[in-house]
Ligand binder design. Structure first.
Ligand code: PGA
Length: 243
């Protein structure tokens, strides 16, 4: 895992966006998996800006979802799908046929896992996966204790994720289960980028950097990846020895 610390959130976002732009320019048909959450918001704004300036073209790329709260879809403000359509798919004018997103309202979630797995097997492996990290070390909804051999799966969310997840919604939500790509998809991606900013992430970043690979900290799986990157701002890196 290559680690780079940027001065602040803005610098971290520029680094991440430019890294993705360079890869998409080299591979315009790339399959991308982009995380929801607060961390990548500025990266997405920069990608949209670069696309408007014709520095990059995402029109031939394909996109697959990372995760979703079970029971929610694009009509629920705060869902992952709502967020990604608003922040990136709509502004980039991505053709719906190029997007494969979990339908977490579907009655048969196992079938849904299979559908997304098959999309990745057919169009993949994922070329670029952009991830955030939970304060509990999760990647997507791969919560502490998860089996690293999983592809797409449905799982009961950690209490911490259920509580922290409320921040995305404007009313109290029941966030008990998630549907997510598995660690195996993440490890099979050609390039994996994990980004984290702010003091609230400093403790988990310290653990991620210092501890050996363990499923108690799912993000440590990235240490098994041959081409993984951790981009931090100085607040998230402040408890580590990395400068
Ligand atoms: P955040 O979420 O970007 O909103 O901090 C990260 C995550 O929980 O994976």
């Amino acid at each position: 895992m290559i680690i780079e610390v940027m001065y602040n959130y803005s610098e971290m976002s520029i680094k991440t966006a430019e890294f993705i732009i360079e890869m998409v320019n080299k591979n315009p048909n790339a399959l991308l998996c982009l995380a929801g959450g607060d961390t990548p918001i500025e990266t997405y704004r920069l990608l949209v800006k670069a696309s408007k300036e014709e520095r990059v073209d995402f029109s031939q790329c394909k996109f697959v979802s990372l995760d979703e709260w079970v029971g929610l879809d694009e009509n629920d403000e705060g869902s992952c799908k709502y967020f990604l359509y608003k922040e990136i798919f709509k502004p980039l004018n991505i053709n719906k046929e190029n997007i494969c997103f979990f339908n977490a309202k579907c009655g048969d979630l196992q079938k849904e896992c299979k559908r997304v797995d098959e999309f990745i097997f057919k169009n993949g492996p994922i070329d670029i996966i952009l991830l955030g990290i939970g304060v509990n070390g999760h990647l997507g909804f791969n919560e502490p204790g998860i089996d690293f051999e999983n592809y797409c799966h449905v799982l009961k969310l950690d209490k911490n994720t259920q509580t922290v997840g409320q921040k995305y919604f404007n009313k109290e939500m029941k966030l008990e289960y998630g549907i997510s790509l598995g660690i195996k998809h993440i490890l099979e991606a050609k390039t994996a980028i994990l980004i984290a900013n702010g003091e609230k992430k400093a403790n988990i970043i310290k653990n991620l950097v210092e501890k050996d690979v363990t499923n108690e900290i799912p993000a440590t799986a990235l240490k098994l990846h041959a081409n993984s990157f951790l981009f931090l701002d100085s607040d998230a890196a402040k408890l580590t020895h990395i400068k």
